[in-house]
Write a protein that binds this ligand. Sequence first.
Ligand code: IMP
Ligand code: MG
Length: 158
Amino acid sequence: MAVAINRDLEPLTPHRPVLLLSVLNGAIVVTGQILPHLHFPLLLDSVQVSRYGSEVAGGVLQWRLHPRESVRGTVVLLLDDILDEGVTLKALQEYCLREGAAAVHTAVMVRKQRSRSVDVRVDYVALDVPDRFVFGYGLDARGLGRNAPGIFALPEDV
Ligand code: IMP
Ligand code: MG
């Protein structure tokens, strides 16, 4: 994923750094892992939205933390943990464009293989997984499991 991002974003950065927006808390591991592999000037900032709250299914998008860096006129790279329905990434993309981003690129660590009603563009995907609830590597299941050293599926009957 870093190779593809470098290829696309490095040429865009001679004048202004890319704004990497990490979607907390889930993207914390992939953010830390990818950072040393990105070879262009960037500012790191984070946003926090929660789609599920403490529940495993359903729920509403809640804003908890807006970016501190200005999005206006910058090339933004949104980095999230997982693309499920796509509601979260779509909402964040629209937010950045409303705030005047010059361009918004999107990257997710994990993409679930499922159909989506939301029309969302994802530019970079590290891993495709089956349509199961997964945890680990930053992803949580009811708040736990973010520290699991890999990506694991919950048993289907939990
Ligand atoms: P979406 O809006 O349906 O794409 O949901 C994306 C958000 O829901 C992610 O950023 C995760 O925080 C959470 N989420 C969705 N599926 C999973 C999962 O399988 N494991 C952990 N979190 C998930
Ligand atoms: Mg998330």
